[in-house]
Design a binder for this molecule. Structure first.
Ligand code: ADP
Ligand code: MG
Length: 698
C-alpha cells in the first residue's frame, strides 16, 4: 500500500530538478542556470562544468555508472547510447569523471537514423546538445541527459529542436502582443497535458501472435460475441491485475518526476487511459515518451503487454492521445482563460481569434501532424474525430463571437447552477458550455483539446504545428497593431475581422455525422481522408513559407521530413502485408486444411459405415470449408503478387499510393476470408488466440 508520505518522498527522487540544483550548486551557478531556464539566455562552459560535476556526484549516489545523451530522432521514439563515467588514471585504475563538455555536447554516430536524404551514411556525423529546460534523470543505472540532435551541417535530425524553435516563435510573437497590452511578462510558453490511451493484454497470448509482435495490431480476428456495446468498461471498476500494474506504473513515473495523475478504464474492453498534469510543451513531450516506455516495461513485469497502437483490434475503439494545449506567461496567467466575463476580456478574445485563424488557415498542417498508417484506422471511423479539421468553442463563446461579428453587444455571462432536484446534494456551479466529444479541436474551458493524435505518436510534431501556426497569426496581429494609432480600437476591428473571415472553421455540432461531411465541403474545408492524401500538404508552398518565417524548419528540413513520413507509410504497410502472408500461409492455411481434412474423414467413415445416416449438411459444411480455403489461397496469392509488384517508384508518394490502393486493399480481402474461416474452424485447430481470448484475458 502506497502512503501519501511515501509519494511525496518518491516524487522526482530520480530527477536532477530545481530543488536538487538549488541544494547542490553554488549560488552563482544556480542563478546562471535559472536565467537560462527562464529567459532562454545561453549557457557558458564554466557553468556547464560546475553543473556536470554536481550532476555526476548526485547520479553516482543514485547508483549511476553511465551517462547518456537522450534524444528523439525522427523515428518517433527515443534514442540513447551509454558511456561510463570512467577515465583511466595511468596506473591501471580509473576515476569517475564527467565534464562540462560531455554534458553540453555529444557526438553519436548518426548514420543509421532516418534523415530523409539530409545526410549520407558516409557523412555520419551528428551532434547532440544538452537541453537544460528539461531535467536530467537517473534510470537503470544511467544518468539521462535530455538533448537536441542535429547534423554536422546544422540541419535538425530530431523532434525536439523544432519543438523548441516553435516554442521560441510563440514566445517572440506573444510577447509583442502582451507588450501592447501593457504586460510585463518576460516569457510565454505553451503548455500541454497529453491523455494517453492504451490496451493491456496477457503476455503469453500476445507472444502467440506474430501480428501483435511485428506490427502492434491484429491483422486477423473475427468479431467476438461481446465487444464494447454494453458500455460496461468505460470508467468501470479496475481489475486487480490491472490495478497492480497501474500502481507500479505510477511509482515509476513519479520517481521520474512525471505528473501522472488520472487513470481509468476506457471504452473498449482491455482499454485504459493515463493522464498527467500539464507542463511546458517540451517537458510534456519528454515525459510522454518516458510514459510510453514505462507503460511497456512495467507491463512485462506483470505478465502483460501494453499495446500503444492506434487500432490494435478491429470493431472496438482504437486509442488516441488527446493533446490539451494552452499558452501561459511566466506570471502564471493562462492566456486562453476567458475569466468571468469573456465578452469584455479583449486579450482573451484576441488570443482566441489567433487560434481560430490559425486552425482555419493551417488545418491541413494539423491533419498532416496526425497522419500515420496506424491513425488512418481511427480518423473518420465513428470513434475518433473525422479527418476534417474544425473547432468547437461551445454555445456561450459562439454567442459572443456572433455578437462581435454583427456589431451588437453580447449579453453578460451569468454563472448558472446545476439543478439536481435533491436537496441534500451540494449546489454545483455549471460550466459555460457542455462538452463536445466529437470535435477534433475543442475549447474546454481554458485550453484546446486536440483529439486527432494517435496513441503511439510522439506529441512533438503535433505541438510544433500548433505552436507555429498560432505564432504566425500572432505575428500578423502584432504587425498590424504595432502600426495602429489607437491600439484598443484597432484590436476590436482585428477581432471582428478575424471572426468574419474565419468563422467557417467553427462547428459545434456532431462531427461524426454524414451531414457534417457535406456541410464542411460546402464551407470549403479540406477532407484529407488518409495519410497519403494528407502528407503532401506538409510541403505546400504556404506551409514551407510558414515554417521558414518562424525559423522552425528550413525548406530542406521539411523536404526530408516529408520523405521520411511518406516512406514510413509504405514501410509499415509492407511489414503488415508480409506478416499477414506469413501467418496466412504457415498458420491459418494449415489449420484450415487440417480441420477440413478432419471433416472429410468423418464424412467418409459415415458414408462407408453402411448405416442409414444423413450427411447432406455435413457435406455442405465440407464444401463450404473447401470453398473458403480455396478462396483463402487465392487471396494469399493476390497479396503475394501485390507485394512483389510493389517497386520503389522514384516518387515516394507514388509508392505510398500503391501501398494504400493495391497492397492495403488486398490485405483487407485476405483478412475477410480468414476471419470467416475462424468462425468455422474448430477451436483446437485455430493457430493463435482469438479476439475473445485477447480482449477478455486480463
Ligand atoms: P478529460 O478526459 O475530461 O478531457 P482529463 O482530466 O483526463 O480530462 O485531462 C485533461 C488534461 O488537460 C490534463 O492532462 C490536464 O492537466 C490538462 N490541462 C489542464 N489545463 C491545461 C492547460 N492550461 N494547458 C494544457 N493542458 C492543460
Ligand atoms: Mg480528454
Amino acid at each position: 500500500m502506497q502512503t501519501s508520505k511515501k509519494v511525496i518522498d518518491l516524487f522526482g527522487s530520480s530527477v536532477f530538478n530545481e530543488s536538487v540544483m538549488r541544494e547542490r550548486l553554488p549560488k552563482e551557478t544556480f542563478k546562471a542556470l535559472k536565467r537560462t531556464l527562464t529567459t532562454g539566455e545561453p549557457l557558458t562552459e564554466g557553468v556547464a562544468q560546475v553543473v556536470a560535476a554536481a550532476m555526476k556526484d548526485w547520479a553516482m549516489e543514485k547508483g549511476a555508472t553511465h551517462f547518456t545523451h537522450w534524444f528523439q530522432p525522427m523515428t518517433g521514439i527515443t534514442a540513447e547510447k551509454h558511456d561510463a563515467f570512467i577515465t583511466p588514471t595511468g596506473d591501471g585504475k580509473v576515476l569517475m569523471e564527467f565534464s562540462g563538455k560531455e554534458l553540453i555536447k555529444g557526438e553519436p554516430d548518426a548514420s543509421s537514423f532516418p534523415s530523409g536524404g539530409l545526410r549520407a551514411t558516409f557523412e555520419a556525423r551528428g551532434y547532440t546538445a544538452w537541453d537544460p529546460t528539461s531535467f536530467a534523470f537517473v534510470k537503470d543505472g544511467t544518468l539521462y541527459i535530455p538533448t537536441a540532435f542535429c547534423s554536422y551541417s546544422g540541419e535538425v535530425l530530431d523532434k525536439k529542436t523544432p519543438l523548441l524553435r516553435s516554442m521560441e516563435a510563440v514566445n517572440r510573437q506573444a510577447l509583442r502582443i502582451l507588450k501592447l497590452f501593457g504586460s510585463d511578462a518576460q516569457r510565454v510558453t505553451t503548455t500541454v497535458g497529453p491523455e494517453q490511451e492504451y490496451f493491456l493484454v496477457d503476455k503469453a497470448l500476445f507472444d502467440k501472435r506474430k501480428d501483435l509482435i511485428f506490427t502492434g495490431r491484429t491483422l486477423f480476428g473475427a468479431k467476438p460475441p461481446k465487444g464494447q456495446e454494453l458500455e460496461d468498461h468505460y470508467f468501470g471498476n479496475i481489475k486487480e491485475r490491472v490495478s497492480a500494474y497501474m500502481q507500479e506504473l505510477d511509482e515509476e513515473l513519479w520517481k521520474l518526476g512525471v505528473y501522472d495523475k488520472t487513470k481509468h478504464n476506457e471504452v473498449a474492453p482491455a482499454q485504459h487511459e493515463l493522464a498527467p498534469i500539464f507542463s511546458t510543451t517540451n517537458i510534456a513531450t519528454d515525459h510522454n515518451q518516458l510514459t510510453m516506455e514505462m507503460m511497456k516495461k512495467v507491463a512485462k513485469r506483470h505478465g502483460l503487454e501494453c499495446l500503444l497502437h492506434e487500432k490494435p483490434f478491429a470493431g472496438v475503439n482504437g486509442s488516441g492521445k488527446h493533446n490539451n494545449w494552452s499558452i501561459s506567461t511566466d506570471k502564471g496567467e493562462n492566456l486562453l482563460d476567458p475569466g468571468k466575463s469573456p465578452e469584455s476580456n479583449t486579450r482573451f478574445l484576441l488570443f482566441l481569434a489567433a487560434v481560430i485563424a490559425a486552425v482555419d488557415e493551417y488545418g491541413d498542417l494539423m491533419r498532416v501532424a496526425v497522419a500515420t498508417a496506424g491513425n488512418d484506422h481511427r480518423l473518420g471511423a465513428n470513434e475518433a474525430p473525422p479527418a476534417i479539421v474544425s473547432m468547437f468553442v461551445g454555445d456561450r463563446l459562439e454567442e459572443i463571437l456572433d455578437a462581435i461579428e454583427h456589431g451588437h453587444k453580447a449579453g453578460k455571462t451569468v454563472k448558472s447552477v446545476l439543478a439536481t432536484g435533491v436537496n441534500s446534494l451540494p449546489v454545483l456551479a455549471k460550466d459555460n458550455t457542455d462538452r463536445n466529444r466529437t470535435s477534433p479541436f475543442a475549447f474546454t474551458g481554458n485550453k484546446f483539446e486536440f483529439r486527432m493524435p494517435g496513441s503511439s505518436q510522439s506529441i512533438a510534431g503535433i505541438n510544433i504545428v500548433l505552436n507555429t501556426i498560432v505564432a504566425e497569426e500572432l505575428r500578423k496581429f502584432a504587425d498590424r497593431l504595432e502600426q495602429a494609432d489607437d491600439v484598443k480600437a484597432e484590436t476590436d476591428v482585428l477581432i471582428h475581422d478575424t471572426i468574419r473571415d474565419h468563422k467557417r472553421i467553427i462547428f459545434n455540432g456532431n462531427n461524426y455525422s454524414q451531414e457534417w461531411v457535406y456541410e464542411a465541403e460546402k464551407r470549403g474545408l479540406p477532407n484529407l481522408r488518409s495519410t497519403v492524401d494528407a502528407l503532401p500538404a506538409f510541403i505546400a508552398p504556404k506551409n514551407v513559407k510558414l515554417f521558414e518565417t518562424h525559423g522552425v524548419f528550413s525548406r530542406t528540413e521539411l523536404a526530408s521530413r516529408y520523405e521520411i513520413l511518406v516512406e514510413d507509410y509504405s514501410k509499415i504497410i509492407n511489414i503488415e502485408a508480409l506478416t499477414m502472408l506469413e501467418m496466412a500461409k504457415r498458420e491459418i492455411l494449415p489449420a484450415c486444411l487440417a480441420y477440413t481434412g478432419k471433416v472429410f474423414e468423418g464424412l467418409k467413415e459415415k458414408k462407408t459405415s453402411g448405416l442409414p445416416v444423413k450427411t447432406e449438411r455435413e457435406e455442405a459444411l465440407a464444401c463450404k470449408l473447401t470453398e473458403l480455403t480455396d478462396c483463402l489461397i487465392d487471396k494469399i496469392d493476390r497479396l503475394d503478387a501485390a507485394v512483389i509488384d510493389a517497386k520503389s517508384e522514384d516518387d515516394c508518394l507514388e509508392t505510398a499510393k500503391y501501398y494504400k490502393n493495391i497492397v492495403f486493399e488486398a490485405m483487407g480481402q485476405l483478412r475477410a476470408v480468414a476471419d470467416e474461416l475462424e468462425t468455422m474452424v474448430g477451436k483446437d485447430y485455430w493457430p493463435f488466440p482469438t479476439y475473445s481470448d485477447l480482449l477478455f484475458s486480463v
